[in-house]
Unconditional design. Sequence first.
Length: 147
Amino acid sequence: MKLKKLLIAVMVVCMLLLPQSAFAATGFGDTEDTAMQLTPRSQGFEFFLSNSSDVDWYKWTNTTTNHQAFWARMIMPKTGYYKFQYKIKFNNDDETQLFESLQAPNEFEYRFFSHIIVPAGATLYLKVSPNGFNPNDRFYSLLFDYY
């Protein structure tokens, strides 16, 4: 019985230590309702799109009592072009349209948002979708935080 408990504990730890990209495939975070929760003030993550129709959604809810400014940066594959968009859903279920990211000067692979004001209680959604897809170069990296 002790061996069984130890084995279960080891399996749980191993699952928690898997890279985040293992969870960013088709079926994970493919809609707003199933968006993956972002944890600001953590290190960046590497994810991937499984195919040319895969979409990844992420969300962060401002649980503070103040407005917060949020930033996010995506580094795209060198041979593909991914759209990086955001929107905000407010407490009263009103929401903004999807806004397209800015392109960093002179760098095709780098897209970012900065100074996105997220009111207290509102949820920010980030969306990554392919606009060109190379199955051999499909990974992207996300960095994000609020201040």
